[in-house]
Design a protein around this ligand. Structure first.
Ligand code: DC
Length: 194
């Protein structure tokens, strides 16, 4: 049985960094599922067709990390047919031996409801905005407005809204640096591995 780790949470909560570090630590595969939605949004045209025809080249575009790509991703991610077109790929990815870490918004609730570990990573939105602004070299207030708009859309949509699974452990990284957050996540996974 492959070991699946589901990591969800709002934008810039630290979940991507934690997911990458866990995968490296335990030798698991890692999928940043936000990248799928960013690639669909960046492709333009009909988002459902874009999701159905998503290619490796689409995922390799250099402009997917921008704030604009994040907003476009959040918009197409509200379309149920777009989400449906990406579900099988994510579930096949999660089924790889010896295990996989997937991070996103609906991994613990919809994509991998039977994941062995579910983390819901949160942080104060001002702290998240400051982190993202430093990363992108952008203005903090503009980042804060952008994150709030995206979080509200992601949490308010009907299709697979952003929310913790009932059995998720909440990890608040507001007062943690990245090393402390990763150490805590490693401790939780190690305990689950037994
Ligand atoms: O994790 P991220 O910031 O790269 O995600 C970009 C957008 O994609 C996010 O605002 C909502 C959407 N998304 C989603 O709806 N479901 C996921 N599993 C991952 C991302």
């Amino acid at each position: 049985m492959p070991f699946t780790i589901a990591i969800d949470g709002p934008a810039a909560s630290g979940k991507g960094t934690i997911a990458r570090a866990l995968a490296a630590h335990f030798g698991f595969h890692h999928l940043d599922t936000g990248l799928l939605y960013r690639a669909v949004g960046a492709k333009g045209g009909d988002p459902v067709a874009a999701a159905q025809g998503l290619s490796a080249d689409d995922l390799a575009r250099g402009d997917l990390r921008s704030a604009a790509a994040g907003q476009a991703a959040s918009r197409v991610a509200a379309i149920a047919e777009v989400r449906g077109a990406l579900t099988d790929f994510q579930r096949r990815f999660a089924a790889q031996e010896p295990g996989a870490v997937l991070d996103g918004r609906d991994i613990g609730t919809v994509i991998c409801p039977d994941a062995a570990v579910k983390l819901y990573v949160v942080a104060d939105d001002r702290v998240r905005a400051a982190r993202r602004a430093a990363e992108l070299g952008a203005d903090v207030d503009r980042m804060l407005a952008e994150l709030r708009e995206r979080d509200a859309r992601d949490a308010g949509r009907a299709a697979a809204p952003l929310k913790p699974a009932a059995d998720a452990l909440v990890l608040d990284t507001t007062a943690m640096d990245i090393d402390a957050a990763v150490a805590e996540a490693v401790r939780i996974v190690r305990a689950a591995l037994g």
